[in-house]
Design a protein around this ligand. Structure first.
Ligand code: PGA
Length: 246
């Protein structure tokens, strides 16, 4: 059985006071699903110290271990601060910072070297979906963003349609099922059945308490990457509970 993961991406939100939300998540986090919060990097060390049943992760890392890269953070630094995961290739990083698939793959190798699990994000834009290119785009992003050496321990894949992120628009369950089945079969083709069938594949994009159970019932959906609805425990805990029950 694949492990299930409810991952919260706080993006550029939250100062120390926000860490009170972690306490309120403990009960939901004691269930079978793994629960991860990726706060801003400034909060990782403090969050890790009070994480309890939660895992803590970063939202990005550099490819290098150290060096002259003003403002950047290495995977080793995230690990040292208490992170066990790092989100890589989020569409906001791809759009705001011009991150390419090749760069995402290099970051993932750096994350693995530091002992972090990579959450590698892929997803089509609305134009690409309307142009019938969704599976081509996802296939290309997967092929080039997920490095050789991927295992179920070091990697989680997140399918996040760009048009569903922060918009309140969610694909139909049939659309989610189609892409998740495609991701699973692509991973199996490349890494073999025993490795690929154990890699968690998350859905992300406007997940909330009201739609979580329906999304988690879709085949090959092993959890969610949640933005807005992860900021408050009162919104995120019901999503975690829905995953525990799925
Ligand atoms: P959202 O963001 O849940 O606010 O749509 C998802 C994400 O960007 O990971």
């Amino acid at each position: 059985m694949r492990r299930k993961l409810a991952a919260g991406n706080w993006k550029m939100n939250g100062v120390t006071a926000a860490l009170g939300e972690l306490d309120a998540l403990q009960e939901a986090a004691s269930g079978p699903a793994d629960v991860l919060i990726c706060p801003p990097a400034t909060l990782i060390a403090t969050a890790s110290a009070k994480a309890g049943d939660l895992a803590i992760g970063g939202q990005d890392c550099h490819t290098a271990r150290s060096g002259a890269h003003t403002g950047d953070l290495s995977a080793e630094m995230l690990k040292d601060a208490g992170a066990t995961y790092v989100i890589l290739g989020h569409s906001e990083r791809r759009a705001d910072h011009g991150e390419t698939d090749a760069l995402v793959a290099e970051k993932s190798r750096a994350a693995w070297s530091a002992g972090l699990t990579s959450i590698i994000c892929v997803g089509e834009t609305l134009d690409e979906r309307e142009g019938g290119k969704t599976l081509d785009i996802i296939g290309m992003q997967l092929a080039a963003s997920v490095p050789d050496g991927c295992t179920a321990e070091n990697t989680v894949v997140a399918y996040e349609p760009v048009w569903a992120i922060g918009t309140g628009k969610v694909p139909t369950t049939a659309q989610i099922a189609e892409v998740h089945a495609f991701i699973r079969s692509s991973l199996i083709q490349r890494f073999g059945n025993s490795v690929a069938s154990a890699i968690p594949v998350l859905y992300g994009g406007s997940v909330k308490a009201a739609n979580a159970a329906e999304i988690f019932a879709v085949d090959d959906v092993d959890g969610a990457l949640v933005g807005g609805a992860s900021l408050k425990a009162s919104d995120f805990a019901p999503i975690v509970r829905a995953l525990n029950a799925a």
